[in-house]
Each structure stands twice: as C-alpha cells, then as structure tokens.
Design a protein around this ligand. Structure first.
Ligand code: NDP
Length: 248
C-alpha cells in the first residue's frame, strides 16, 4: 500500500465512519496515504482502522464532533502527528430536509453547524500547517444541492451552496500558498444519509425517490477525490459534478 501514488502523504478525512468518507479513506489508504479518520462513532472508526491495517495501510481514528471548534483543533493536532496534513477531505455532513414552514429549527442549526461551520473550522485549523509545509490539497464535499435548489431542501441547499461559495473563495486566497482546492458535488449516493432525516414525510419522499433510481456508491465519489488529489501539481481540479446516470 505504501508504494502507491500517495506514498508518504497524510490525509485527514472527516465523516470517515460511513458512506462517502469511509470509501474515500479506503481509497486514499490503498493508494499509499496514511489516513486520519474523524467522526463521532468510535466503534465504526476502529473497525475501519482495522480493515485498512489488515490491507497493509496505516490509519488513525480521531473521535471528533466537527461542530465543536475546540475538538476540531485537537483533531488537527492529532492528525498532524502522522507527519504533515497533505490532503484534507471535508466530508462530514447531515441532510435533514423538511418544508420551511414545518421544519424543526434545531435541524437547521445542526446542518449549519456541521455542514458549514464544521467544514470552515477544520479548514481554518489546517491552513497554517499546509502553509508551513509548502502546500496541500483541500477537498470539500458539497452536493448537487449546492448547484440547484429543491422544494423541501431549503436549509440543506443553503449549506451546500455555502460549501461551493466557501471553496471558491478559499481557492482564491490560498492558491498562492500552493494549496489546491477541489469542490465535489455528488448526486444521490447510497449511504446512511437518508437514515437520519427527522421529518417523517420528507424521509418517506426521499426513500421513494431513491427506490426508483440506481444511486451512486461511496466508491464512485472516492474515485473522484482520488482523481483530484493525484493530478500533477500544476493541475488544480476546481469542481467535479457527478450524478447517477438516471438522475437529471
Ligand atoms: P453518511 O451519513 O453515511 O456519512 C456522514 C458522515 O458524517 C458520517 O461519517 C458521520 O459520522 C459524519 N458526521 C455527521 N455529523 C458529524 C459531526 N458532527 N462531526 C463529525 N462527523 C460527523 O452520509 P454520506 O456519506 O452520504 O455523507 C457524506 C457527505 O456527502 C455529506 O457532507 C453529505 O451532505 C454529502 N453528500 C451526500 C450525498 C448522498 O446522496 N449520500 C449526495 C451529495 C453530497 P458520525 O455520525 O460517526 O459522526
């Protein structure tokens, strides 16, 4: 494993305990990177570390709530213990759709705290390290919900449009420091994302929609992350939009 294109590189992946983050951590590790795995569910992180280690890779679990700025700073310090942080994949997120009038405003706060502020805290904490080491690559996971709105998804759309805007402005600030920024916008991916929806009607509608299309898999998004981070240093992949074939 350590002989792949990312040998000697260190990657920090948030939301690594399931779905896209888990698949991305496996893909990065199997390309030679040492991976720091951040999320809240300890047992799932430990299992993933075991899986990566058994395949010859190196991984470290870091139990973190990205919505907590203090925990984020501790997470970044721990990850830096693997060496540099060459690659950051800002993936942790929740999707809690509901019509605006009926929405639980606690769900709005959770989405903004995790999807937007969490991603911004992690980015801010990593930047001084990347600058000091002479460069790095930040990959932010937005969504097709960051490109077009959908009825019932207003607050989630706010967060994912936010990730697109933040990524674009970040790239303009840090390109001079040899830090590349890539924003990835997936359509429907088969993960645990829908399981956490709190609004009963919105959950049923999401499940019904997902039943009739062939969704992407976490590995498909991991392949896009890998594509972006293994390009020649002169290449900066700004955005990747990926939809299931059956989605428009
Ligand atoms: P999952 O629910 O499978 O994964 C979400 C991950 O985020 C989990 O590892 C979860 O870990 C972590 N997470 C959630 N809250 C926090 C928190 N407060 N602190 C740290 N980690 C947290 O869903 P996906 O893999 O689908 O989601 C990953 C990203 O992809 C999200 O940003 C999502 O918005 C985005 N996305 C997903 C799409 C899809 O169709 N699935 C489409 C487009 C974008 P834990 O609970 O252990 O903390």
């Amino acid at each position: 494993m350590a002989e792949g294109k990312l040998a000697q590189k260190v990657a920090l992946v948030t939301g690594a305990s399931s779905g896209i983050g888990e698949a991305t951590a496996i893909a990065l590790a199997s390309t030679g990177a040492k991976v720091a795995l951040a999320a809240r569910r300890t047992q799932r992180l430990k299992k993933l570390v075991k899986r990566i280690s058994e395949s010859g890779g190196q991984a470290m679990p870091i139990v973190t709530d990205v919505a907590d700025e203090t925990q984020v700073r501790e997470m970044v310090n721990k990850a830096a213990g693997l060496g540099n942080i060459d690659i950051l994949v800002n993936n942790a997120g929740v999707m809690l759709p509901a019509p605006i009038e009926q929405a639980n405003t606690e769900d709005w706060r959770r989405m903004i705290d995790i999807n937007v502020l969490g991603l911004m805290y992690v980015t801010q904490a990593v930047l001084p390290l990347m600058k000091k080491q002479g460069g790095g690559h930040i990959v932010n996971i937005s969504s097709t919900a960051g490109r077009e709105t959908r009825s019932g998804f207003a607050a989630y759309d706010v967060t994912k449009y936010g990730v697109v805007a933040f990524s674009d402005a970040l790239r303009k600030e840090v390109h001079k420091d040899n830090i590349r920024v890539t924003c990835i916008e997936p359509g429907a991916v088969s993960t645990q994302l829908v399981d956490r929806i709190t609004n009963v009607e919105a959950k049923a509608a999401a499940e019904q929609y997902l039943d009739i299309i062939t969704m992407l898999e976490g590995e498909d998004i991991a392949a896009a992350v890998l594509y972006a981070v293994t390009q020649h240093p002169r290449v900066q992949v700004n955005e990747i939009l990926i939809r299931p074939t059956m989605e428009v």
